[in-house]
Design a protein around this ligand. Structure first.
Ligand SMILES: Cc1ncc(COP(=O)(O)O)c(C=O)c1O
Length: 351
């Protein structure tokens, strides 16, 4: 008998894009810079040639950009793949992993895949303190996953709290600081943890090209930690896991600081516009420091009818039912034009 293909347990956002305003997957709707697109086009003719085994050119560019050692970097097909490799390297069945209840879905999905026991801190009210979370860790906790800011709740912690936590946590527990959205944070008291890697042998940073860098479709992420951790997870890295065009796009996108700066600015402007202009009759708005906001409805039915209403108008937003937050909708901040249209249409929503 033919086995049925298992359903992917990750419930992603909408896959529609042509003709749609996509506000469902926290992408950057401005798209990659023209220089990145030219680099991809110029290199597409080499698609017959295998990429570098480990994406060394991109690692070198990352090392240069962030003034870090390229040996301490590992590339993944999205930062998601780094998380998977970390599970493979640092856990065995029965081990505990710790994260918040409303954390990025893949932490939980991989816990199941790797037969780990997921301990979840209940971040009710969508915020939490690292001190409280730490109380749930034990000698059997192999990895603690912390997205800062977190998706989908937008919760965030600052440098002082992070350092205090790193000082206290068991040094045998790997702390993965998931920085998928870190570029959006301008606050000086925020720390993406990059400079803390030298001091804390159990700290690993993961970063993504899928968010502000607008390269979600090319699947590029990376991990950074002390060499002993990177060597361990390298054992689980497939050769050629990041494609030639992805590496080229990644390299090119790191070169323009002004492009990055202007995209950070645009996100703030468009987010403020959206928050100030959406009519708050059916929902309250929860602001975040990242590239999305949350809309909290009175009930699930109302939230779903809002999603369907926007979908009919070719605007996709993300229901958070699969995250256990059925009254909430996550709306990514798109371009100025995306948000003007979305506000206009959304303000006509009625029940
Ligand atoms: C908090 C967080 N971490 C990791 C990822 C994975 O990103 P990617 O695999 O595209 O780098 C996402 C994607 O939405 C995310 O929100």
């Amino acid at each position: 008998m033919i086995k049925i293909q298992p359903k992917n347990s990750y419930q992603g956002g909408s896959e529609n894009f042509k003709g749609f305003i996509r506000l469902s997957s926290n992408e950057n709707n401005y798209g990659p810079s023209s220089k990145v697109i030219s680099a991809i086009k110029d290199n597409s003719k080499y698609s017959n040639i295998y990429p570098e085994l480990d994406g060394n050119s991109l690692k070198l560019q990352l090392a240069k950009t962030f003034k870090i050692n390229s040996n301490q970097i590992i590339l993944g097909a999205g930062s998601d793949e780094i998380l998977q490799m970390a599970y493979a390297a640092f856990t065995k069945p029965g081990d505990e992993v710790l994260f918040t209840k409303y954390a990025f879905a893949m932490y939980s999905i991989y816990a199941k895949n790797f037969k780990c026991k997921a301990i979840k801190f209940n971040d009710k009210n969508l915020q939490f303190s690292l001190n409280d979370l730490l109380k749930l860790s034990s000698a059997n906790t192999k990895i603690i996953f912390l997205a800062n800011p977190n998706n989908p709740t937008g919760s965030i912690f600052y440098k002082k709290e992070l350092i205090n936590f790193l000082d206290k946590v068991n040094k045998k527990t790997i702390v993965i600081l998931d920085d998928a959205y870190c570029e959006y944070i301008q606050d000086k008291s925020y720390d993406n943890g990059m400079n803390l890697v030298k001091k804390y042998p159990n700290l690993m940073i993961t970063r993504s090209f899928s968010k502000i860098f607008a390269l979600g479709g090319l699947r590029i992420g990376w991990g950074y930690s002390q060499l002993h951790n990177i060597s361990k997870i390298y054992e689980f890295k497939k050769p050629f896991n990041v494609s030639r065009l992805s590496c080229i796009a990644g390299i090119e996108s790191l070169k323009s600081k002004s492009w990055l700066k202007s995209n950070i600015q645009k996100n703030i402007i468009n987010k403020n516009y959206t928050i100030n202009n959406l009519k708050k009759i059916f929902f309250e708005i929860i602001d975040t420091k990242a590239n999305f906001i949350l809309l909290k409805f009175k009930n699930e039915k109302l939230a779903n009818s809002y999603v369907n209403f926007l979908n009919k108008k070719k605007i996709t937003v993300r229901s958070l039912t699969s995250y256990g937050l059925p009254n909430y909708i996550r709306m990514t901040i798109g371009t100025q034009s995306d948000m003007r249209k979305t506000v206009k249409i959304s303000n006509k929503f009625n029940v």
